[in-house]
Design a binder for this molecule. Structure first.
Ligand SMILES: Nc1ncnc2c1ncn2[C@@H]1O[C@H](COP(=O)(O)OS(=O)(=O)O)[C@@H](OP(=O)(O)O)[C@H]1O
Ligand SMILES: [Mg+2]
Ligand SMILES: [Mg+2]
Ligand SMILES: [Mg+2]
Length: 354
């Protein structure tokens, strides 16, 4: 396979994610309480999650008209079809149309039915055969609602492998967030990360044209490494991460930021480790990791589960993995992996003695 075979798809993905980011930026600026709904599983969803998913789906179809279209995406329109959601659906449709007309590339106007259909074209199950787009229209919805980090995460699977990925992170400072605790006095905010298999990883200012190659931090010394983890304690066991960090000799406190912005920040070397250990029973979805993992691996890093297995995106909408996800550079991975396994063993032993 030629390494440049996804050029057209990557360009389409960057356009789609950037346009979706514009919609999200508009909504975050004027976030109204009524824009946030609870899904059946009690997780939040906003008009921007739906609008972003509709935009990405519409743009990919317009940009790649000759390709068979399959999309595995987080949201569906079931809640929007309810009577009480008429106002919300109208607001989403207006946001989608306003975004298209303000940006100017596409002179189209979509109906409420078009928006519902675009959202529901994300119902594919993915799998090991053919090509499937994988989309998280807003990853880190809780961060988005708080005014913090979030990402529009889009990837392409080909025969079960992630072959390209794009992460739009509208609130991520363009310069390193290391030692800044997530805050920056720098006025350039908003990053677009992109990667194609075999071609490296790149970053550019969101909505600007020129991209530069990025790479992970190559430190071998855990004392110099800092680590990322979920902002939300409900999403990852912070105690386990801190036990692992202590074993490794990591000195710096954890950097907690929302969403796959963690993968982007790691890919450009802001920190060296990302640890993620969901509570028992939680099943990871492919759209929470597909784009982030290729951005990191093309930047020279590795992402595995807690047993050291590569992440397998070919199993459908879920990742089927052992215990958690760990990400770092190639030199640190062996010692990280043993610290992780030792800490997990100790945790299991102490639980069985309780
Ligand atoms: N219980 C539990 N455990 C683990 N992960 C969960 C859990 N619940 C939700 N999620 C998923 O986490 C996604 C948000 O990613 P992060 O955990 O990186 O964000 S955060 O730092 O906690 O805000 C989030 O993605 P979005 O729904 O797209 O925001 C969820 O898919
Ligand atoms: Mg969600
Ligand atoms: Mg997500
Ligand atoms: Mg989401």
């Amino acid at each position: 396979m030629s390494s440049s075979s996804y050029e057209k798809e990557l360009a389409a993905a960057k356009k789609a994610a950037s346009l979706a980011a514009r919609l999200c930026q508009t909504v975050q600026k004027a976030l109204l309480k009524s824009d946030i709904q609870s899904k059946a599983d009690k997780s939040p969803v906003t008009v921007a999650d739906y609008g972003s998913q509709a935009i990405v789906s519409l743009v990919l179809k317009m940009e790649l008209p000759s390709e068979k279209f399959s999309l595995v995406a987080e949201e569906d329109s079931a809640d929007l079809q309810k009577d009480e959601s008429q106002e919300t659906l109208k607001r989403i449709t207006d946001l989608v149309n306003d975004t298209f007309s303000s940006e100017g590339t596409y002179s189209i106007s979509v109906s409420e039915e078009d928006v519902l259909a675009a959202i529901d074209s994300g119902k594919s199950d993915g799998g090991p055969h053919g090509r499937h787009w994988v989309l998280d229209p807003i990853d880190g919805t809780k961060g988005f609602v708080r005014g913090d980090q979030y990402a529009i995460a889009l990837a392409l699977l080909d025969e079960g492998r992630v072959v390209l990925g794009v992460l739009a992170c509208p609130n991520l400072p363009f310069t390193s967030i290391a030692n800044l605790d997530g805050h920056s006095s720098e006025n350039q905010i908003g990053c677009l990360f992109s990667a194609q298999t075999g071609c490296g990883a790149y970053m550019q200012l969101l909505h600007e044209p020129s991209a530069a190659k990025i790479s992970v931090c190559t430190t071998e010394n855990p004392a110099d490494a800092s680590f990322f983890e979920s902002y939300e304690a409900a999403h990852s066991l912070h105690d386990l991460s801190s036990a692992i960090a202590k074993k490794l000799g990591v000195q710096a406190p954890p950097v907690r930021i929302d969403s796959q912005a963690k993968y982007g920040a790691l890919a450009r070397g802001d920190g060296a480790i990302y640890l993620r250990f969901p509570h028992k029973g939680y099943r990871e979805k492919i759209w929470d990791h597909a784009a982030g993992s290729i951005v990191v691996t093309e930047a020279g890093g590795i992402a595995t589960d807690a047993a050291g297995n590569n992440l397998d995106f070919s199993k459908g909408r879920y990742l089927d993995l052992d215990t958690g996800i760990i990400v770092t550079n190639k030199k640190l991975m062996p010692s990280l992996l043993s610290a992780v396994q030792e800490a997990i063993r100790e945790q299991t032993q102490s639980a069985s003695h309780m």
